[in-house]
Design a protein around this ligand. Structure first.
Ligand SMILES: Nc1ncnc2c1ncn2[C@@H]1O[C@H](COP(=O)(O)OP(=O)(O)OP(=O)(O)O)[C@@H](O)[C@H]1O
Length: 239
């Protein structure tokens, strides 16, 4: 196994407020970590910190063993860290093709190659992104991430506002992306059961600390532990 992403003793937040502290986390290549936890636990802040969009207050983030410079989004992106934000951030008046091309890299894959992974976008190729359904918009958001050839893909609540069947489809694509591109994926999710189905490992963040972690299969089989973790009871306290 190859460790793709590692953060050590990582603390972060906004200004002098700390949203998460002393986190040690590793994600292997070709694997998905479901990052779970109640609202306000610090999940989004952690993703923004990993992507260099917020400076860490303490600790390190490394990709493929190489430490990233703190608070430098361009450096993180050049190392292969790609964030899929929860607010989609599409250019709604630009076409599907244009939205993908905006993110394309010189010498990287061509926009059309994304249709292999997202064939449903073919019929929408020249339509403005704002005319797509919610599920199609999330496919486009994922296509825009994928064209950047991510080594670390950070996905924030892809499922927001979508029907469970559409979420299942999107999650199965996430799983294929991790496998096909040897990518480390962190999937922040409120749909706990669906996320655990697609993930290899899982961690529950509560009030800025990881209170439970394990294989996704083990956690899916232990709903009482998960419930305790959402209520803020650590694994040690539950034992
Ligand atoms: N723009 C902001 N300015 C100041 N504090 C913020 C901001 N956004 C979030 N916070 C605070 O940071 C802490 C962590 O929030 P964060 O959004 O990271 O949690 P989360 O686990 O992603 O929750 P959610 O699922 O609600 O998005 C919370 O206490 C929140 O109130």
């Amino acid at each position: 196994m190859t460790t793709r992403l590692e953060c050590a003793d990582l603390s972060g937040g906004r200004g002098s407020t700390t949203a998460f502290r002393n986190l040690d986390l590793t994600v292997e290549a070709s694997s998905v970590l479901a990052l779970l936890g109640p609202n306000g636990a610090g999940k989004t802040t952690l993703l923004l910190t990993l992507a260099g969009l917020l400076p860490a207050q303490k600790g390190t983030v490394s990709v493929d063993g190489k430490r990233l410079r703190n608070g430098r989004p361009a450096t993180a992106n050049a190392a292969g860290v790609v964030l899929v934000p929860d607010n989609r951030c599409l250019f709604t008046s630009l076409s599907v093709e244009e939205n993908i091309k905006v993110a394309a890299r010189r010498n990287g894959p061509k926009a059309k190659s994304l249709l292999e992974t997202f064939p449903a976008l073919e019929k929408r190729w020249h339509l403005p992104a704002g005319a797509l359904s919610g599920g199609e918009q999330q496919m486009l958001v994922m296509a825009r991430a994928l064209i950047q050839q991510p080594r670390v893909l950070l996905i924030d609540e892809l499922s927001m506002g979508l029907a469970p069947l559409i979420v299942e489809d999107l999650f199965s694509t996430v799983s294929s992306i991790a496998a096909d591109h040897q990518c480390a994926v962190i999937l922040v999710e409120q749909h706990v059961n669906l996320a655990l189905e697609v993930a290899d490992t899982a961690a529950v963040l509560n009030r800025g600390s990881i209170v439970l972690r394990g294989s996704a299969r083990e956690l899916a089989a232990a709903p009482e532990l998960l419930e305790g973790a959402y209520l803020g009871i650590s694994e040690e306290e539950a034992a």
